[in-house]
Structure formats: C-alpha cells, structure tokens
Design a protein around this ligand. Structure first.
Ligand code: ADP
Ligand code: GLC
Length: 499
C-alpha cells in the first residue's frame, strides 16, 4: 500500500515541550508510523521556554498567517524528532508564543489562548502550503487544534489542502477551549459557522466541539473512555455531539515509548533491572528513600505517585486517606506532583507531619518520575476520570503494580488481582471515587506485600511482561487514516472501485 503523508498538529511534543501525557503520545506514535515507512511531519508552537540548539535551522521564508485584521508573520524553525526520521516544525511568534508557558501562567490560563491557538492552527496549514507538501491526513490533538478541520471545511475548501482528511484525537474532554465570538472573526471564518451543529456551544465558541463536528474521523485514547464520553455522566456536556458522530469515533489505546521507559536501560536509575532479575529494583528503592528523605528500610512497602495535581487525577482522595493509612499501616509514600496549590500544601504538610514516612517533591522532575516508578512497590492512581493514563503503564513495566480507580484507560490496561489466582493480574482496582475505597485498596495491596510475597512477585512479572509498545495501536491508527482518506475523497459515483 502507498505510504501516507501524515501531519501531526500538536500543542506539546516530548522531548521538546510537555505538560502531560499528550506530549508523550505525540512524541511516540510518529516514530512507529515513520518506522512503518510513512512520511510523518509535525508542527508545534515555539514557546519561549524552548531552547534553540545547533540542530535547529530557521527557514528563510517568513510565514504569513492570515488571521485577524492583518497578516501575522511567523518564523519557522525545523529540527528532527530524536530517534526518528520525522521533521518537526516550530512556529515562532513573539506576541502569541514568546512567553514560556504552554496554557497558563502564574495567574491562570492565558486570556488570549483562543487567539494563540487559532493562529497556530491556521499557521500549521499555511506552512503545508508554503512547503508544497499536502498531507493525506492531518492528525489533530485536543481543543487547541479544533479549528484545523474547520478551516479545511470552510476557508480552504476547494484548495488542494482542503482534500486532506482530518483525524481528531480527544486526549481529555474536560478542556474544551471556550472563547467568545471574537475567535470567529479572528479566524476569518464565516459567521454562519456560529451554530450549534458547528462550533457554537452555550452562546460561546467551543474549539473542541468545532473539531468534533468538522473532523473526518474521531478517536480517543482508550476503548473504555470512548464509551464513557458518550454518556451524560462522562460526556462533559458533549455526549450528544459524540453520539451524533458515534459511527466515526473509535477508542485506540495509547502505547508507551518503550525505549524511554525501560527499566533495563533507563539512565535515570542508579541500577537497571528486568523481569528475570529484579535485584536492581532494591537499589532504586534505596535511592528513592534517600532522595525524598524517607527512612532507609528495604522491607517497608513504598507507594509512589507522579501526577498533575488536578481534580481529574483524584490526588485529593489520597491526601484525605493519607492520615488513616499512615496511622494504621506500615508504609511509606513517595509523591511527585504540581498543580492545585491547596493540594501542594496538603502534601507538604503531610511530609512535615510524617517525617521519614512521606516524601514529597512539589514540582516537575522527569528524572524523579522515573525513580519513583522504579523505586516504589506500588503506584497510586485514584483518577476520577482517566482517558488513557500512561503512568500506570510505566509502573507496570517497572514492576510496580498500580493501585488505581477503575475508570477509562485504567480499566483497559490494569488487570485486577484475585488472591490465589495466577491469571495474569497486574494491579489493584477500585470502583468508587472516594477516600475509603482508596484506603481499603491500599490496605489490600499492603496485605499482599507482607503476606503473599510470591503472588506479589507474579503481579510484578505479569506487568513487566505486558506489551505496551505502540506496535498494535500504530496499525490501528493507520487503518483509521486510510478510512479517513477514503471518506474525505470518495470515488465519483460512476467509478468502479478497484479490487
Ligand atoms: P495526564 O496526561 O493526564 O497528566 P498521563 O498519565 O497520560 O496523565 O501522563 C502524565 C505524564 O506526565 C507522564 O509522563 C508522567 O510521568 C508525567 N508527569 C506528571 N506529573 C509530573 C511531574 N510532577 N514531574 C515529572 N513528570 C510528571
Ligand atoms: C490526557 C489524559 C491522559 C492520557 C493523555 C495522553 O492528558 O488525561 O489520560 O493518557 O492525555 O493521551
């Protein structure tokens, strides 16, 4: 089959800029697609925090992006995705992207996010025209790219680029990108698009909804989440739209970058290990205890957590359960996170109150994230909602069974443990999003640790043996891309389809 030209338009790409798992997904899937022989390219904003290195080249020709009342000029940088034959283009524009942060600064979300990302979406398409490189498929990610499919269906309809199919991936339905009508004018879209079966929602412009209506095909990052978002309870107000587009929506489970997340080769760890030889995991545990000021004890059960501190992640349930757990169980906690100031404070206070038993790092620290995955005995993930979740997969690959709430991608990736059964279980799941349920499940994991070491070892090994690579899911995306291309460019009715 003919190789495809695929453009990724994304607000974050690991290893260049990352806020959450979207960056990991977008940094890994193109590698698998390029390895399969496809022409994959990517475009991302050049945030002020990005460091231009010698491997970056600036394109000579400035990029004139037609948004707002005048043409906005951008500079384009080009580099390669490390470890792959995938060009990455960064759009530099001081007013929109000169500041260091992606979505929000010290005072919350940037007030001009609608304009920033509409400029970016339009700019990504202008870049294709400038390069003379017309993709077969444009793969968009979350609300920031919601106007890409709209441009192709309106302003660019009838141009060569307008033939490109779009695949829109929902990484998180909770962030929708609400804007007022100025967004429509800034994008130079026809005012007639301001309607409920296009981009209007509750009297405002909704960038995510725009993407959901206009993209050729829709995906989300796990089969269970694909089901949940079509219900009133999980639809974040968009379940009607998602049901309307239900025939075009599929859930494809994320893979992980198995080169970056591999306990056998991980350079962030003091010792490496594998399923066959877990000895190095003990050295990681000792290093973790030292790093976070935990009492040095090789025999105590250590529970780790690495997370954005946001309501979605349910870490407030952990904060609530923590005193009860610590007063009754022989355990330690290693917590890394940043986000909600109240929660940051709660974890810092717990670390002060339970010195030597709770180790907390407030902030973003990739190296420590690797060490927590390796050095912990269990990984806590009490998410209220979890579209896919990558950290539980990293944990399983590092022999650290998750203690996780049964929601979204956690259901699709963690297999529930049952005492006395060796059936490929990999972790502990609980149903209710409340502190008592988490407390009991931590207790269950703790009892397994002290009373059933052979079964715990089997749990670790099962998780480590799982194939979390992108192989299977990349094939599913390729099927979907071809399906989207065919849907976008149907054969004329008097043409006989080739066999
Ligand atoms: P989400 O995208 O909802 O935050 P995921 O599990 O998909 O959740 O991905 C989170 C990613 O961000 C993982 O790679 C995880 O290791 C990383 N991460 C989250 N918080 C931190 C932190 N404080 N420091 C370093 N890495 C973090
Ligand atoms: C989002 C979701 C997370 C998912 C990630 C990558 O940030 O919250 O569950 O793993 O995107 O798709």
């Amino acid at each position: 089959m003919r190789p495809l030209r695929i453009l990724f338009v994304a607000p974050e790409i690991e290893p260049f800029v990352k806020v959450g798992g979207l960056a990991d997904m977008v940094g890994a899937l193109p590698k698998a697609l390029a390895a399969a022989g496809h022409d994959v390219r990517m475009v991302c904003p050049a945030y002020g925090s990005l460091r231009v290195t010698g491997e970056w080249t600036a394109r000579e020709e400035p990029l004139g992006v037609e948004v707002g009342a005048r043409t906005h000029w951008a500079r384009t940088w080009q580099t390669m995705l490390p470890g792959a034959r995938v060009p990455v283009y960064f759009l530099e524009h001081e007013a929109f992207f000169g500041r260091p942060e992606v979505y929000s600064g010290p005072w919350g979300a940037h007030g001009d996010n609608d304009l920033r990302f509409i400029f970016f979406s339009r700019g990504a398409l202008t870049l294709c025209e400038q390069l003379g490189w017309i993709p077969d498929v444009i793969h968009c990610h979350d609300w920031t790219t919601g106007f890409v499919p709209v441009f192709l269906n309106t302003t660019l309809h009838g141009t060569p680029l307008g033939r490109a199919a779009t695949v829109f991936t929902i990484h998180n339905l909770e962030h929708q990108g609400y804007a007022d009508r100025r967004a429509l004018e800034f994008a130079r879209l026809p005012p007639t698009e301001f309607r409920s079966d296009s981009l209007e929602s509750d009297g405002a412009v909704n960038l995510l909804k725009a993407g959901l209506y206009h993209a050729t095909k829709l995906t989300t990052v796990s089969p269970t989440y694909a089901h949940e978002i079509r219900t009133p309870a999980g639809g974040c107000g968009l379940d009607d739209v998602l049901n309307f587009r239900g025939a075009d929506l599929v859930g494809i489970l994320n893979g992980i970058d198995t080169d970056v997340w591999d306990p056998a080769t991980d350079r962030h760890l003091p010792a490496n290990y594998s399923a066959g030889d877990l000895e190095g995991k003990a050295a990681c545990k000792a290093a973790l205890q030292a790093r976070l000021g935990l009492a040095r004890d090789p025999h105590i059960a250590v529970f780790g957590a690495v997370s954005r501190l946001a309501a979605q992640k349910g870490l407030d349930l952990l904060a609530e359960a923590l005193p009860y757990v610590l007063d009754r169980m022989h355990v330690q906690f290693a917590i890394l996170g940043t986000g909600d100031p109240g929660l940051e404070h709660a974890f810092r206070s717990a670390a002060a109150h339970y010195a030597g038993r709770v180790g907390v790092c407030v902030g973003y620290d990739n190296s420590l994230a690797h060490l927590i995955q390796a050095g912990s005995d269990f990984f806590v993930m009490p998410s209220r909602a979890e579209p896919c979740g990558l950290t539980q997969m990293y944990a399983m690959r590092y022999g650290t069974p998750p203690v996780a709430r049964a929601t979204g991608g956690l259901v699709d990736t963690v297999t529930q443990f049952t005492e006395g059964r060796q059936d490929g279980a990999t972790g502990f799941l609980f149903q209710d999003a409340n502190a008592p349920a988490l407390y009991h499940t931590i207790g269950w994991a703790c009892a397994t640790y002290y009373d059933r070491p052979a079964e715990l070892l089997a749990l670790r090994r099962h998780g480590m043996a799982r194939d979390f690579s992108w192989r299977a899911s990349a094939d599913r995306y390729l099927d979907l891309y071809r399906w989207a291309v065919d849907a976008r460019n149907p054969l004329p009715s008097n043409t006989v389809a080739p066999d």
